[in-house]
Write a protein that binds this ligand. Structure first.
Ligand code: DDH
Length: 291
C-alpha cells in the first residue's frame, strides 16, 4: 500500500495494467480513455449535474446505461490498482487512468488534478441519454457537447480520441478499429477520415457504419476493414467542423496540444477548485452546490 497522495505510485500501477496480450489489440489503454470520458461526459453545465465526481458508474443507474456497455471491463482492469491504493477515489482513479493511458500510448501530457469524491446523491444521478448517439450527425454533436460547455473546435479535438481502440459488436454494435494502429495515439484518425473513401455499410445486426478496405490488397492479405461512425463522418460535411479536421490532419503538434487541453477540461467538468487546486465542492454530488 502506498502513502495517501502518492499519485506517482498509482500512475505506475495503472501503466502496469495497460499491457493485456489477450485483450483486443493488446492494450487496456483505449478502454481506459473511454472510461474516463464516459465518467465525465454526463456533465450538464446548466444544472451543474453529472461529471466524474461520484463515480456513479459503479451503480446500475449509470453503469447499466447501454451507452456504457463494456466499460465494466475497464473498471475490472483497474480494481487491482484500487486494492493497492485504497485511499484513491474511484472518480480520481478512472480519470487518472485515462490521462495516463493517453500518455503511455504516445500522446500528450494531460494535466490531471486529484480531489474528486465518490459520494453519490441518488437524487442527482444524471439521466440516461447524456452521452452521444453514434448514429446521429453534427446537430446532435453540438447538442451534446455544447451542454457540457465545449465549442466546435473542442468537439473536433475530442473526436480525435477515436484514433484509439475499436467498436465491439457486443458493446455498441459497431465493429472494427478506426485506424491501423489503434493503441498508438496520433492524428491518423483525421488523415484517414479526410483521405479514404468511406463506404456506408449495414452490419448483420442492422447497425449502420462506414467502412474502408484496401481495394488493392490481395484476397489472402486483406486486413480487417477500418470503420468510422456516422458521427465521425458528419464532421466532414459541416462548415465549422471541417476546417478543424483539416488542421489536425496536417498538424499533429497542434492536435496534441488541443487534445491535451480539451481532455483535461473534460476531466474537470463539475469540479470546482480553490486557488491552491483543492476541490471545494466535495460534500455534494457531481458538482452541484447544495444551497
Ligand atoms: Fe467514442 N465511441 N464516441 N469517444 N470512444 C466508441 C469507442 C471509443 C462516440 C461513440 C463511440 C468520444 C466521442 C464519441 C473513445 C473515446 C472517445 C464506440 C465503440 C462508440 C460507439 C464502443 C464499443 O463498441 O466498444 C460518439 C458518438 C462520440 C461523439 O459523439 C463525439 C470522445 C469525446 C472520446 C474521448 O476519449 C475524448 C475511445 C478511446 C473508444 C475506444 C474504446 C475501446 O474499448 O476500444
Amino acid at each position: 500500500m502506498s502513502q495517501p497522495g502518492d499519485y506517482d505510485a498509482v500512475r505506475k500501477d495503472i501503466v502496469a495494467q495497460l499491457k493485456k496480450p489477450d485483450y483486443d489489440d493488446g492494450s487496456a489503454g483505449p478502454v481506459f480513455v473511454r472510461l474516463a470520458w464516459h465518467s465525465a461526459g454526463t456533465y450538464d453545465a446548466k444544472s451543474d449535474t453529472g461529471g466524474s465526481n461520484g463515480a456513479g458508474m459503479r451503480y446500475e443507474a449509470e453503469g447499466g446505461d447501454p451507452a456504457n456497455a463494456g466499460l465494466q471491463v475497464a473498471r475490472a482492469f483497474l480494481e487491482p490498482v484500487k486494492e493497492r491504493h485504497p485511499w484513491i477515489t474511484y472518480s480520481d482513479l478512472w480519470t487518472l487512468a485515462g490521462a495516463v493511458a493517453v500518455k503511455e500510448m504516445g500522446g500528450p501530457d494531460v494535466k490531471w488534478l486529484p480531489g474528486r469524491t465518490d459520494f453519490v446523491d441518488d437524487s442527482k444521478v444524471p439521466p440516461r441519454g447524456r452521452l452521444p448517439d453514434a448514429a446521429q450527425g453534427a446537430d446532435h454533436l453540438r447538442h451534446i457537447f455544447y451542454r457540457m460547455g465545449f465549442n466546435d473546435q473542442e468537439i473536433v479535438a475530442l473526436s480525435g480520441a477515436h484514433n484509439l481502440g475499436r467498436g465491439h459488436k457486443d458493446r455498441s454494435g459497431f465493429d472494427g478499429p478506426w485506424v491501423n494502429n489503434p493503441t498508438r495515439f496520433s492524428n491518423q484518425y483525421f488523415r484517414l477520415l479526410l483521405n479514404l473513401d468511406w463506404k456506408p455499410r449495414t452490419l448483420s445486426n442492422g447497425v449502420k457504419q462506414f467502412n474502408y478496405s484496401d481495394p488493392d490488397a490481395a484476397e489472402d492479405e486483406k486486413e480487417e476493414p477500418l470503420m468510422m461512425l456516422p458521427t465521425d463522418v458528419s464532421l466532414l460535411s459541416d462548415n465549422s467542423f471541417l476546417p478543424w479536421v483539416k488542421k489536425y490532419a496536417e498538424d499533429k503538434e497542434l492536435f496534441f496540444q488541443h487534445f491535451a487541453d480539451v481532455f483535461a477540461k473534460l476531466l474537470e467538468l463539475g469540479i470546482r477548485r480553490d486557488d491552491k487546486g483543492s476541490v471545494v465542492n466535495t460534500d455534494n454530488v457531481r458538482g452541484g452546490y447544495v444551497s
